[in-house]
Design a protein around this ligand. Structure first.
Ligand SMILES: Cc1cc2nc3c(=O)[nH]c(=O)nc-3n(C[C@H](O)[C@H](O)[C@H](O)COP(=O)(O)OP(=O)(O)OC[C@H]3O[C@@H](n4cnc5c(N)ncnc54)[C@H](O)[C@@H]3O)c2cc1C
Length: 478
């Protein structure tokens, strides 16, 4: 619309209020840093009309941790009053009953949604935080010492100028990423094959899965899954459960490195007959085997069964596990054949971060450097651009971004991915980000602007339109 451009100035924008963004807000309340974080103005922007849980509850699988890990995110004296209403929540009691077993992610998400609503209501009321729901971040511009966050809501564009942006908009699975990874190993899939992201597949119910695979099953077409992580084994189980009686007989799992299993201790792994490298696979801090990269809970059961007798769970569907990098004799060739023949290839090779357009004020695009499993960022989630310049004040740590292993907390030497998960979002990951944001907010701007929650007219990005002041918006969507 003509001239519908407004500018808001604040200290910090939390872009994306899924488990990662909410983890930071919970942690700021627990640690008593919320007043400081909100002092110069804190705006939470989320595309959803009901921010708080992101995608987690849409995955039709069990969690990779026990219920108590999620309850632990809510357990803090500073949050007791805020969470009092949860005592009457069926979702809370469902997770409590599964404190020592892995709950369904739908149940976890229901609890997190209720807890998030309580936290958001509380911080809006007590700290003057603004919640802009149903608002999409379209672009982030790095301009000297500050960031401009362009947002869209109901067809209107607005700009927020701020010192720090915590940007966790979730992840995506780029098919090109899969093709490149396979090409690096001299592998390829047939041009006619369909690449299906695990992310979409894990959100489908049995009827949707049967519809998707009906014609492939009717032709007895081959299905391959690429990846060896939690998602890959969850995909195997969901496919076998939904499609066994629609004619699915076998799935091929192509994985690069050995399938890793998690054990609480080296002794437990040895008792189970699991072979591991005591030097590289054991965490020196906790003594756990494959602490970061191992399959856990339901995915562990599926993985063990697959490795032991080539079946998926308790179904009659067979799985061929083929390791392409230093695997047993013949695996690489069979994997090449399977991929070339497959009609469907399911991509379970990790996530890339979902990002808005990123640019410098001169219009040149910002491309963030990636590493295995996420972004090349420092311990507080500040990424590097393609020239190696650190983007201080921009923080990412959610799905597709992650953080490097903190040696003080430990991991196994053989794990070279990025760490992310709900508990980390609520604890170590967000603690480092909060500290960095607060430090940044304390340093005065080189060219001070009048901070606080202001709205002023801004020119259109292309400078063609006249600025238009719309005072009625001053307190809108608070
Ligand atoms: C299959 C699967 C299973 C997992 N299981 C577990 C588990 O058991 N335990 C665990 O701890 N972790 C698990 N994880 C990891 C992680 O906890 C989840 O992926 C979690 O959902 C990531 O949270 P997030 O906030 O980074 O992203 P998301 O959950 O995707 O949330 C992103 C948020 O950003 C908002 N958004 C998106 N785009 C925009 C935009 N342009 N502007 C404004 N807002 C926007 C969305 O509305 C949403 O609220 C799992 C991940 C996957 C993929």
């Amino acid at each position: 619309m003509y001239g519908d451009h407004l500018e808001t100035v604040c200290g910090c924008v939390v872009g994306g209020a899924g488990p990662a963004g909410m983890g930071l807000l919970f942690n700021a309340l627990k640690s008593g840093t919320m007043p400081e974080l909100a002092k110069e103005g804190l705006i939470i922007v989320d595309a959803s009309p009901t921010p708080g849980t992101g995608r987690l509850g849409q995955y039709r699988i069990t969690a990779n941790s026990v219920g108590d890990v999620f309850l632990d995110c809510l357990r803090d004296p500073a949050l007791r009053d805020v969470f009092e209403p949860l005592e009457h929540s069926p979702a809370y009691w469902r997770i409590r009953r599964q404190a020592q077993s892995a709950p369904q992610l739908a149940d976890v998400a229901q609890l997190l949604a209720e807890a998030s609503t309580l936290v958001l209501d509380f911080i809006v009321e007590h700290y003057g935080v603004k919640l802009w729901s149903s608002t999409t971040i379209t672009e982030v511009v790095h301009d000297g010492d500050e960031y401009q966050v362009w947002v869209e809501s109901e067809g209107r564009t607005r700009r927020i100028r701020c010192r720090a942006v915590v940007l966790n908009l979730g992840g995506r699975q780029d098919p090109q990423h899969l093709l490149n990874g396979l090409a690096d190993q001299g592998l390829a899939i047939a041009p006619s094959a369909r690449i299906q992201s695990a992310d979409a597949l894990l959100r489908m119910n049995a009827v949707q899965l049967r519809d998707l695979f009906a014609s492939t099953l009717a032709r007895k077409g081959r299905i391959s899954v690429v990846g060896g992580s939690h998602s890959a084994f969850s995909v195997l189980e969901n496919l076998a459960d939904a499609l066994e009686f629609a004619g699915l007989k076998e799935v091929t799992l192509v994985h690069r490195s050995p399938v890793r299993l998690f054990y609480e201790t080296a002794q437990a792994a040895m008792d189970a007959g699991y072979t591991f490298d005591p030097r590289r696979d054991v965490c020196p801090v906790s003594g756990r085997v494959n602490r970061s990269g191992g399959l856990r809970y339901r995915a562990l059961d599926v993985g063990r069964e697959a490795l032991a007798n080539g079946h998926i769970g308790k179904t009659g569907v067979r799985v061929q596990l083929l390791q392409t990098d230093n695997g047993p004799a013949g695996h690489y060739e069979r994997a090449r054949e399977a991929l070339a023949e497959s009609e469907f290839v399911v991509q379970c090779t990790g996530y890339q971060p979902l990002l808005p357009a990123l640019s410098y004020a001169n219009g040149s695009p910002i491309n963030l450097l990636e590493v295995k499993g996420g972004l090349d960022s420092d311990p507080c989630g500040c990424p590097l651009d393609a020239t190696g310049q650190r983007l201080h004040g921009l923080h990412l740590f959610g799905l597709g971004a992650g953080l490097g292993v903190d040696p003080r907390l430990g991991s196994e030497a053989s794990f070279d991915g990025r760490i992310y998960g709900v508990w980390q979002f609520h604890n170590d990951a967000s603690r480092a980000v909060i500290d960095a944001v607060l430090e940044r907010l304390q340093v005065p701007l080189a060219q001070p602007v009048s901070l606080g929650r202001l709205l002023v007219a801004v020119p259109s990005r292309n400078e063609e339109r006249q600025p238009f002041l719309w005072p009625a918006m001053v307190n809108a969507q608070s």
